[in-house]
Write a protein that binds this ligand. Structure first.
Ligand code: NAD
Length: 330
């Protein structure tokens, strides 16, 4: 089994690859992995083992068709994480989002078609559904993305679906809620707040802080992706949720406690343009079909995450050189 992982030097992709190489996915203990990553500001080669007998790292762009045509033959599957992923950056400048997320996905799928690599897991997000005041989205909900990031991901989902329907590629799509855990770039909400609070620096809370997100540990997300890779059906979408709904105020209070920081460090900031109020996924399909269930409780996972940032200052201090335009996230 040989798997090409795009974006494998980023937050979620690197967690997936490390777990795979450590033998964390039954049946895939001998899988060989090729990571293709452009090492943008969000990618970090040191998120992966420096060397491993089953890992090959390729520094390259998913929009580079000749590179893909060269690289893909011999692979059994693609797990596609590579994306521009930060909403605030997409509000400031959306062109890189449509280039990588839409054109990059289409280029990758064309290369799969040309090289007969059939199995493809497209990693997407709950943000494609928009915002929901009550209840939860099933996979049948219409796509109503509100930010340029979400629109570019929705576009990539539709490109992926079309390559299944038109060309018969064996494509499954996952849509997950907000992730947290170690190795997340310090521009995103939990690492930004944690690394600021640990240093006694202020944290910027958007608007009234009542926006609700469902938080899932990255390890649970990656296990769900693996279940979809191994058993997901072609042409199907799988929501991945089951995390914990929290307002941004709740998250901030938890982080203040875990970091032992003073509440006066919280500064109200002007709200993000078009800020979605609430995301919530109905994930019964992946539970019923593939036996998915999250394993890491939010309290336990958040405490371990804060401890990781406390212990790994050299990792995140390097990442802070390229902070987001607005310097905060969700
Ligand atoms: P990330 O920003 O941490 O990592 C993205 C990776 O993709 C980086 O290593 C970057 O170098 C690479 N990359 C960017 N452009 C590239 C290109 N043109 N060619 C090759 N590599 C490129 O993102 P993440 O948080 O790990 O998210 C991974 C995937 O999961 C994304 O598709 C995202 O939409 C999705 N997702 C993320 C979350 C979340 O909470 N972070 C939730 C649901 C879904």
């Amino acid at each position: 089994m040989r798997i090409l992982v795009t974006g494998g030097a980023g937050f979620i992709g690197s967690h997936y690859v490390r777990t795979l190489l450590e033998g964390g996915y039954p049946g895939y203990e001998f899988a060989r992995v090729t990571v293709l990553d452009a090492l943008t500001y969000a990618g970090n080669r040191s998120n992966l083992p420096a060397s491993h007998p089953r890992l090959e790292f390729v520094h390259g762009d998913i929009c580079d068709l000749p590179l893909l045509l060269d690289l893909l033959p011999g692979h059994d599957a693609v797990v596609h994480f590579a994306a521009e992923s930060h909403v605030d950056r997409s509000v400031a400048s959306s062109a890189p989002f449509f280039r990588t997320n839409v054109v990059g996905t289409q280029t990758l799928l064309d290369a799969c078609l040309a090289t007969d690599v059939q199995r493809f897991v497209h990693v997407s997000t709950d943000e494609v559904y928009g915002s929901i005041e009550q209840g939860s989205w099933t996979e049948e909900w219409p796509l109503l993305p509100n930010s340029p990031y979400a629109a570019s991901k929705a576009g990539s989902d539709l490109v992926a679906r079309s390559y299944w329907r038109t060309h018969g590629l064996d494509i499954s799509i996952t849509r997950c809620s907000n992730n947290y855990g170690p190795y997340q770039h310090p521009e995103k909400l939990i690492p930004l707040f944690t690394t600021n609070l640990l240093r006694g620096l202020p944290v910027p809370l958007y608007g009234d802080g009542r926006n609700i997100r469902e938080w899932l540990h990255v390890d649970d997300h990656c296990r769900a992706i693996q279940l979809v890779l191994a058993g997901g059906r072609a042409g199907e979408v799988y929501n991945v949720g089951g995390g914990n709904e929290q307002t941004n105020v709740d998250i901030t209070q938890r982080l203040l406690r875990l970091c032992g920081a003073d509440p006066s460090l919280v500064r109200r900031a002007a709200d993000r343009k078009g800020h979605d109020l609430r995301y919530s996924l109905d994930e019964s399909k992946i539970r019923d079909e593939l036996g998915y269930a999250p394993r890491i409780g939010f309290e336990e996972g958040l405490a371990a995450t804060v401890a990781w940032y406390r212990d790994n200052g050299t990792w995140w201090q390097a990442g802070r050189t390229a902070e987001s335009p607005a310097g905060r996230a969700a």
